[in-house]
Design a protein around this ligand. Structure first.
Ligand code: PHE
Ligand code: CO
Length: 281
């Protein structure tokens, strides 16, 4: 394929060029897939596992977006579009508001299996797309895109971005069998899939929309606090109202650091903190 094909369009989309992946790149996908398969069987929420199965995102290698899109469009009307990397906020929200999920195409290198700062195709596809097979979550993501455009206009994107972080990327959910993972940033990470549920270090707090929009987050390490929803219906219902008065209300409150616990929190587990942060014996 010629270089010109890779030049992004005005909406930053490009082509996946599936036939160009090397055997080594497919092998990295398989390794990541097998690892997560083991870990997530008892840790991811049923909706994620059902979405994954429904997409036939399998161990054979990096999936072809064209094949996934046939299944995804039939299920919820969402579509994956290829992008070269992070795109500007307004472009990103415009895609979500139109049920297009922007995905990167490159896969991490073999030395980066455990940790990567930026999203790659394993994070974007394995992490995000299964949840887009769920009708309620699919609607939530579209509404989030519309809300993003509004938050940009109102100068409140920093608030709304925290909601994405603590739900879409790092969300946990109650299930009859116990707390389960739905956040994409967790399911695409071996270490955090275990840590988020089993480590005594982080706080686990019941979902509270305004509380989340006050809470800073860290992008360079495992989270110090996770927020746990009761159901996707709860998440969707809580985010239906117009956020304009919420943004106004939040002007009068201070931001909270990621490890803060408030009296008013629905505290499911109080984190003991990371070992290096624990008080001296
Ligand atoms: N209801 C929100 C608003 O008016 C939009 C939104 C929906 C934000 C879903 C996040 C998630 O801004
Ligand atoms: Co992501």
């Amino acid at each position: 394929m010629s270089e010109a094909v890779a030049v992004p369009r005005a909406d930053f989309t490009t082509e996946q060029d599936w036939s160009a992946y090397s055997a080594e790149e497919h092998a990295i996908w398989r390794t990541l897939f097998h690892r997560q398969q083991e870990i997530l069987r008892e840790r991811a929420c049923p909706e994620f596992l059902e979405g994954l199965a429904g997409l036939g995102v399998a161990a054979d290698g990096i999936p072809d977006f064209r094949r996934l899109n046939t299944l995804l469009e039939a299920a919820t009307g969402w579509r994956i579009v290829a992008v070269p990397g992070l795109v500007p906020d307004d472009v990103f929200f415009g895609h979500l508001a139109n049920r297009r999920f922007p995905s990167t195409c490159f896969i991490r290198r073999a030395e980066q299996l455990d940790y990567l700062q930026e999203p790659d195709i394993f994070h974007d596809i394995y992490g995000h797309v299964p949840m887009l097979m769920n009708p309620i979550f699919a609607n939530y993501m579209q509404a989030y895109g519309e809300g993003g455009i509004k938050a940009l206009r109102l100068g409140s994107l920093d608030r709304l971005a925290r909601l994405y972080w603590y739900t879409v990327e790092f969300g946990l959910i109650q299930s009859p069998a116990g707390i389960r993972i739905y956040g994409s940033g967790i399911v695409s990470s071996k270490g955090e899939s275990i840590y988020s549920l089993e480590s005594p270090a982080p706080n686990r707090i019941g979902f509270d929309l305004l509380r989340i929009m006050r809470t800073e987050y860290r992008i360079d390490d495992f989270q110090e606090t996770y927020f746990v929803i009761d159901s996707f219906g709860q998440l969707f219902a809580a985010t239906q109202p117009d956020f304009t008065p919420y943004y106004d209300q939040l002007q009068g409150t201070s931001d909270l650091t990621p490890a803060t616990v408030l009296q008013s929190d629905l505290l499911l587990h109080r984190g003991r903190g990371r070992p290096h942060e624990a008080p001296e014996p």
